[in-house]
Design a protein around this ligand. Sequence first.
Ligand SMILES: CC(C)(COP(=O)(O)OP(=O)(O)OC[C@H]1O[C@@H](n2cnc3c(N)ncnc32)[C@H](O)[C@@H]1OP(=O)(O)O)[C@@H](O)C(=O)NCCC(=O)NCCSC(=O)C[C@H](O)C(=O)O
Ligand SMILES: [Mg+2]
Length: 292
Amino acid sequence: MSAGEQELLRPRRSVLYMPSSNARALEKAKDLDCDALILDLEDAVAPDAKAEAREAACAAAGSGAYGHRELTIRVNGADTAWHDDDLAAACAAGPDAIVVPKVDSAAAVHALTDALERHGAPDRTTLWAMVETPRAMLHAEEIAAASERLSVLVMGTNDLVKELYAEHVPGRAPLLTGLSLALLAARATGRVILDGVYNDVKDTDGFLAECRQGREMGFDGKTLIHPGQVAGANEAFSPSAAAVEDAHGVLEAWEQGAGSGVVTYRGRMVENLHVESARRTLALHEAVSAGR
Ligand SMILES: CC(C)(COP(=O)(O)OP(=O)(O)OC[C@H]1O[C@@H](n2cnc3c(N)ncnc32)[C@H](O)[C@@H]1OP(=O)(O)O)[C@@H](O)C(=O)NCCC(=O)NCCSC(=O)C[C@H](O)C(=O)O
Ligand SMILES: [Mg+2]
């Protein structure tokens, strides 16, 4: 399996944001069952807390205290006074990835990868680009393809709703074009893509419905804002027991019909492309199980 294929199978079902200014949240995250953490310096941190939050995020990234969880730092945007200092500090801390908000062109990605090199970020530190503006939706493919260092696209659905003058509604009809454009770009370029956050931390049914929608659309996982959302996202973005059983059945039926280009399983047509999907389901299941 190539490095790119392995990257696509790394579980990122539950990716939890937390304000880096919140010491309690940083501590609590060490015991949460999420696949990845985004230590935020941007929206969740007040201007007068930015410097302290930066220090806390970098200390956390270098602490080795977060176990298997992928650890990332979200810096402030390129158009802010904090961006350069955030990038320099994050590069020195060397998290698994640096998350950058409001990336809207290939040129922006190039400027970021140049900055990562200039600041001596270790090779293991990749770039996660947040796509959250109309311009980013229209340029999603060139953003995703701009650098091999860019491994993940992250939907910023709050900013997208704001920029579109849209509204948050069940089913997300106003966002479907943008979500689909970003998904197409991620899949066309072999990148991972994470769905946006669900703001109402008390609305479990609404949250689970949005997880299901994201999974059905093809997202690899969901960004989260509260520990109470982790278990639901893990379940929604893991292959279910039924899907795993079905995948084994597809492979068995295919092997029994060796040589013929088409067989049936449980009354369904099975061709080579279905076998590839079944293999992916099993590989994902294995990757998720290995992390437990
Ligand atoms: C949304 C919250 C402000 C809710 O906070 P609160 O009411 O205090 O939550 P609880 O009392 O239910 O908290 C229970 C315990 O869990 C800990 N906690 C809460 N949130 C987190 C978290 N995100 N990570 C880790 N731990 C967390 C509390 O400390 C409590 O612990 P304990 O004391 O032991 O009981 C709050 O959840 C929050 O701040 N969430 C994160 C907000 C955030 O990071 N926002 C920025 C990212 S979203 C975004 O910007 C997306 C994008 O850019 C876009 O455009 O869409
Ligand atoms: Mg945003």
